[in-house]
Design a protein. Sequence first.
Length: 120
Amino acid sequence: GTKPAEVYAFVGAISTIVAFGVYVIWAYLPEPWLHYLGITYYPDRYWAVVVPGLFMLAIPFTLLTYVSLNHLATPPASSFNTLFDDHTREPVVVAGGQAIQPIGDLSLVQVNRAMFVKPL
């Protein structure tokens, strides 16, 4: 059978296409044609310009808000929480030569040694 998510996606896609079609008809057909079709109650044409403009402003505002909240949630560079926290896991060395070692966090000393110490 069909999954509920598939049905919701289909209904959402069809609804979006129909809503866009109604919007385009309302925005571009002259008023006498709308009255001839029996459509007499509709919003002012002013909203045909304002609503897309608001969506275009909402996109950068959302991105700016997202980045700003991430900056506020990040501890400063001088904080030890950027190096260690409650979820820090030291790497475990397993004897027997596993092909893939268990996951663990590298210490800052190991990273600096690998990145900045020149071999002799």
